[in-house]
Design a protein around this ligand. Structure first.
Ligand SMILES: [Zn+2]
Ligand SMILES: [Zn+2]
Length: 173
């Protein structure tokens, strides 16, 4: 059976519903069906680091993994700011073996005051597609225009095109 991409809202979900179409488009880039779970799950309490005021993405990955059913790819979508140890923040993280990823829209949608809604949509699409690429086995790409290139900050996200380069596409097959 074809795998689906299941988007699971973590924490307050109203911001995520705004980006549902972008998330579904990210799945389409890989020829996959996507669906969004309407119910939102509370962010697991253990993930919150009160000294940083941020949520540990590794703990959230475990939480999503526990909610995962079957072989579908699960991506938790949150508006909370997330981090992994040794990084100030991250946009997202994926674990291929777990079949799970976490994407935070926090820095994508608040980074620039006055950014157009289409720019915000494109950022969500690109970073969701980036994490999906990892779930499908792709690593980081050295082509800065490819959505599989690593983004350290929002300028680098905006530099990428919402497509995967030919080299990455070949690797998928
Ligand atoms: Zn990456
Ligand atoms: Zn590439």
């Amino acid at each position: 059976m074809e795998r689906e991409v299941v988007y699971l809202p973590l924490g307050s979900s109203w911001r995520i519903q705004l980006y549902e179409n972008d998330l579904l488009r990210a799945a389409t880039l890989y020829g996959l069906e996507g669906r969004t779970i309407n119910l939102s799950f509370p962010l697991c309490e253990d993930s919150f680091d009160s000294s940083r005021g941020q949520f540990n993405a590794l703990v959230l990955l475990d939480q999503i993994h526990e909610l995962r059913k079957g072989s579908d790819l699960y991506m938790g979508i949150t508006a909370a700011d997330i981090y992994v140890p040794k990084m100030n923040y991250i946009f997202g993280i994926a674990d291929k073996n777990m079949g799970c990823a976490v994407l935070s829209v926090a820095r994508l949608i608040y980074a620039q005051y006055g950014a157009s809604s289409s720019l915000l949509s494109e950022r969500v699409l690109k970073e969701a597609a980036h994490e999906l690429g990892h779930l499908l086995g792709l690593g980081h790409c050295s082509d800065h225009g490819c959505l599989m290139s690593f983004s350290n900050n929002i300028m680098e996200v905006d530099k990428k095109k919402p497509v995967i380069c030919d080299r990455c596409r070949l690797k998928l097959h």
